[in-house]
Design a protein around this ligand. Structure first.
Ligand code: AMP
Ligand code: MN
Ligand code: MN
Ligand code: MN
Length: 277
């Protein structure tokens, strides 16, 4: 039986395809009893999701996935159980969304320089939502420049490709400090995504812990059994709490739908001990 926890999901407030309300409905239908919405660099969907979860008597943890820069790489840190009105956190996120908006403008220009006009396909951003590369991937697919997202990323949106614009995000220790000051726990997201050498990964984990990081995603969407074992070993070695999150972006990614994650290894301390479930 799955744990019934999913502490890493996205809505339309960043690059998910469901509204916060629809996301909570789907999670409930698929057996999740404790959900966190963790949109990229915004808390804009948390109020709507929390209201819906209350109606369905589901536990809801306010969350966010913060883009950070560490040694010239992008590292994602989840803030779980944060207060949504903390000025340090909301101010930091606002700055990140401005960087995202500036990058989106630069990306649109880079595409135009290639003769690819996707401006019209992109829609408009409010200051509260986060424009992401996923939006560009969808626009490229819609306009016929790529067959699917994966190919759009490969051909246009990865480092070294024509639509890639490098951005500097929040310094890793700053993001951790914002999360903690807002009463949350900082969790290193999808450790298997960073393609780090062993040495670099140990350095990342050491610095993450030294800065006050408290958890690591052990069970994540699309991770292999070997990667989950690896993440679990990191949790033990560094004394980090263990989290579970699909990184769900929408039903179209049917291979990563809600309610399908395996359980955490039983010897680990789950992050939800924090909230006394
Ligand atoms: P951004 O934070 O705007 O640079 O966009 C990162 C987002 O793009 C991630 O959260 C994923 O949802 C998505 N993404 C990154 N790499 C890929 C890929 N290779 N294929 C599909 N989606 C990707
Ligand atoms: Mn995403
Ligand atoms: Mn991520
Ligand atoms: Mn995510």
């Amino acid at each position: 039986m799955p744990d019934g926890y999913d502490l890493h999901t996205h809505s339309q407030r960043s690059d998910g395809t469901l509204s916060p309300h629809e996301l909570v409905n789907r999670a409930a239908e698929r057996g999740i009893h404790c959900l966190s919405l963790t949109d990229h660099d915004t808390l804009a969907g948390v109020g709507e999701a929390a209201n819906r979860a209350r109606k369905l008597a589901m536990s809801f943890i306010p969350g966010v996935e913060i883009s950070t820069s560490w040694n010239d790489r992008t590292v994602h840190v989840l803030g779980l159980g944060v207060r949504t009105d903390d000025p340090g956190l909301t101010g930091g996120l606002e700055d990140l969304r401005r960087r995202r908006a500036d990058r989106a403008v630069a990306m649109t220009r880079a595409f135009a320089a290639q003769g690819i006009d996707i401006e019209a396909a992109l829609g408009t951003w409010t200051g509260e939502t986060s424009p992401t590369r996923t939006h560009f991937a969808r626009a490229l697919v819609r306009a016929g420049y790529a067959k699917d997202h994966k190919r759009a990323f490969k051909r246009f949106l990865r480092p070294g490709r024509p639509g890639y614009i490098k951005a500097t995000w929040a310094p890793l220790p700053d993001a951790i400090a914002w999360i903690r000051a807002a009463g949350g726990i900082a969790v290193l997201a999808h450790p298997q995504h960073y393609a780090l050498t062993r040495t670099r990964r140990e350095r990342l984990l050491g610095e993450f812990c030294a800065a006050g990081g408290g958890g690591i995603e052990v069970v994540t969407g699309n991770a292999s059994a070997a990667q989950i074992r690896d993440n679990a070993a990191c949790a033990r070695r560094y004394g980090l709490a263990a989290s579970v999150g699909s990184d769900f972006h929408g039903p179209a990614q049917h291979w990563n739908d809600l309610g399908r994650l395996p359980c955490l290894p039983r010897d680990l301390v789950p992050v939800w001990q924090h909230w006394n479930h």
